[in-house]
Each structure stands twice: as C-alpha cells, then as structure tokens.
Write a protein that binds this ligand. Structure first.
Ligand code: SF4
Ligand code: SF4
Length: 89
C-alpha cells in the first residue's frame, strides 16, 4: 500500500492560493478545479513525494494537504487528463 496526497477542499476553497500546483514535480497531478475553486490530486499520477504537503504547510501556511493511504482516498479515484477530470467513486 502506498500513500498519495489529498486536499482538504473546505480549507483550500477558503484560500484560492493555487501555490501547490506550481511545485509538484509530476505533470498534471495536483491541479486546480476552477469550477469548484479548490486544488485536487489526480490519484493515478501522484507519486507520494509529499512536496505539496510542505508547500501548503510551510509556504502557503494553509495546512490543507495530507498524505493518505491509497485505499482511504475520500473522493474516489481522480484521473487527470489535460483540461479534463473524471471522478470514479
Ligand atoms: S497550497 Fe494548499 S491552500 Fe494552496 S491551493 Fe494548494 S492545497 Fe489549496
Ligand atoms: S505528493 Fe508529490 S506527486 Fe503527489 S501531488 Fe504532491 S507533489 Fe505531486
């Protein structure tokens, strides 16, 4: 079992900062959903490096991202493609 990043959408939506999306080393992995107004993680692409956690905690000071075991991802399996998001519960 491995861990992936998960965004607390309630906290994130109150900030609109987008900072984490600029630092993830994996393309199209932590993205910003303009319709909902929060960042989200494409679970299929996340490598579990935790860089985004440090960015949100230490740089943005919002503490909205935590690592969770892949089998405990709350919002289901989010798959990214450029400009498209599909969620499977
Ligand atoms: S750094 Fe944190 S608060 Fe900012 S967009 Fe990312 S998850 Fe949201
Ligand atoms: S844990 Fe690493 S790969 Fe996964 S979303 Fe965060 S920065 Fe990207």
């Amino acid at each position: 079992m491995y861990s992936v990043a998960e965004v607390d959408k309630e906290i994130c939506a109150s900030t609109k900062c987008r900072l984490c999306t600029q630092f993830c080393p994996e393309g199209n992995t932590i993205l910003y959903d303009d319709a909902v107004g929060t960042a989200y993680v494409a679970v299929d692409r996340c490598k579990g490096c935790e860089i985004c956690v440090g960015i949100c905690d230490d740089l943005a000071k919002h503490h909205a991202i935590k690592m969770v075991s892949i089998d405990q991802v709350k919002d289901g399996f989010e798959i990214s493609k450029v400009g498209f998001k599909a969620t499977f519960a």
